[in-house]
Design a binder for this molecule. Sequence first.
Ligand SMILES: Nc1ncnc2c1ncn2[C@@H]1O[C@H](COP(=O)(O)OP(=O)(O)OP(=O)(O)O)[C@@H](O)[C@H]1O
Length: 415
Amino acid sequence: MDASDPRLAEGVAGHFAAQAPARLGVAVSGGSDSLALLHLLHDWNGAALHAVTVDHGLRPEAPAEAVEVARICASLNVPHATLRWEGWDGRGNLSDRARRARYALMADWARGQGIGDIALGHTANDQAETLLMRLARASGIDGLAAMTPRRIVEGVTFHRPLLDMTRADLRADLARRGVAWIDDPTNVDTAYRRARAREALAQLAPLGLDAEGLARSARHLAEARATLAHYAAQEAARAVTFQAGDILLDRTRMDSLRPDIARRILQAALHWIAGPGYGARGREVDRALEAIRTGGKTTLFGCVILPEREVARVTREYAAVRDLRATPGEAWDARWTLTGPRRADGAEVRALGPEGRAACPDWRETGLPLASIEAGPAVWRGASLVAAPLAGLANGWSAALTRDADDFRAFLLSH
Ligand SMILES: Nc1ncnc2c1ncn2[C@@H]1O[C@H](COP(=O)(O)OP(=O)(O)OP(=O)(O)O)[C@@H](O)[C@H]1O
């Protein structure tokens, strides 16, 4: 066996040079990239490794592949877990749902193990292929920008130590080690589109366009994205105020901003209120910005934008939360926690809605508009209203928001 390529080992050590976690999860699908990652991390020996494989339950070979990964991990003395996803209800885009489920399952698993960091095997080829696929969708800077080496999802830091390395180098490394990998273990649709991008990339070689070059361009775009986010956060500090879970956008300031910066601020406001999800489309956001400018009312992404004299109020849309339920003490709408004076048997948290609001004689004194009041949380026992702290009917209950201005800023800077 030849010696391993020192650049690979240095790249992995360099990624964790500033701060190495004591325990590190490593996501191993069984493909070449993540198997190389496993071996390189094992050689590095700078953190206790815990490998994880997600079986999406979508391909008959997947369980056997997970067993094969477990075998390789055992040979390296690395503990391994297989997580199974059984959540696809046939709705939505399968690749997208599977990816989201994978990240959520891995983040849950890590939290359960007291692990705060997980390494992923994305390479320069993934960067280049993604760039080509996004160009095909006419994406803007955010879509074309490179994946970042670190990203926090649901409190877990995902690391991508192989972003500067090519798949060819990683495969050569595995070949030197005599390790066989599983081809294309990812789900079919993504693999199909990626395979086409991979073929296109090979065709572009005569132009001098290769994976490393495209990955470099994607990194330049990531820098531009970070710069725009930085200025958006600066402008937001002047244009945005918060009130009882709503965001107020200063209309004059919003109007004076470059469209890209205004779009970022509005998008962050929508996400802060409605939670990260699929996101509002560019055209919808532009339509909403126009409504803010002209003092119109509009609904998008589970939020309502209401004109007030100097501001546009972004609040939750009642229809989007009407069916949400939580027990007191648990998060409702992923952002409100209601706590009461004592154990409240049979009480549940639901939106106040028009019926509840009718039972809150003092709601006007809160200074909040009807839409915010009705889309806010309340405590119910069956059909009877127990409390609505945001609508002036506290009855010993209080409502705490789980997101603050720092979360808004963090959101702006990370998207
Ligand atoms: N089934 C899986 N089990 C464990 N880890 C996985 C699995 N699939 C992917 N990964 C991890 O994610 C890395 C990237 O794989 P892949 O590009 O298929 O994922 P992706 O999240 O769909 O990528 P993208 O975010 O570019 O769409 C892999 O190298 C591996 O670390």
